[in-house]
Design a protein around this ligand. Structure first.
Ligand SMILES: [Zn+2]
Length: 152
């Protein structure tokens, strides 16, 4: 346990997600932020990043865990509403950075990797051009879903 804590302290001084936001920030609170992943091959790809160094979901207290997932689900609902993808992929890997984070990825049957995960082998070279919804439109939908989730 002591060794684990020391590794986290060392990692914090050189951590890319402590030094920078990790993308354009759409929304943030005291615990986490929603950032845009700027990838032309995967338009509409967003991440929810926990601000502090936490390795696993079960390291978070239950209330914090629920708050994080409420943000993830509100973002998923907003992306679905604004863009109607064929599928949403939610992924939490965290093998490279010591921050819990969730990838929220709209998928289409004709996207570059479908039906593989986006980290899999490309399935096609030519993909249809898609323009993501305006960030303000997505933010409004996200906030509405976050509020609805808090009331349900
Ligand atoms: Zn960090």
């Amino acid at each position: 346990m002591l060794r684990k804590k020391r590794e986290l302290i060392v990692a914090q001084s050189t951590c890319e997600l402590c030094a920078a936001s990790g993308g354009a920030v759409l929304w943030s609170n005291g615990n986490c932020r929603v950032v845009k992943v700027d990838d032309p091959v995967l338009p509409g790809f967003w991440r929810v990043i926990w601000h502090a160094h936490v390795g696993e979901m079960t390291d978070l207290p239950l209330l914090a865990r629920n708050d994080l997932m409420a943000v993830v689900f509100a973002l998923e609902a907003a992306i679905r509403e604004c863009w109607q993808p064929d599928k949403i992929n939610l992924a939490s890997l965290g093998n490279v950075v010591p921050h819990l984070h969730w990838h929220v990825i709209p998928r289409w049957r004709d996207d570059r990797f479908f039906p593989e995960p986006i980290w899999g082998k490309p399935q096609r070279d030519v993909i249809p051009s898609r323009t993501a919804p305006e960030d303000g439109t997505l933010l409004a939908a996200f906030l509405r879903h976050l509020e609805q989730g808090a009331r349900s």
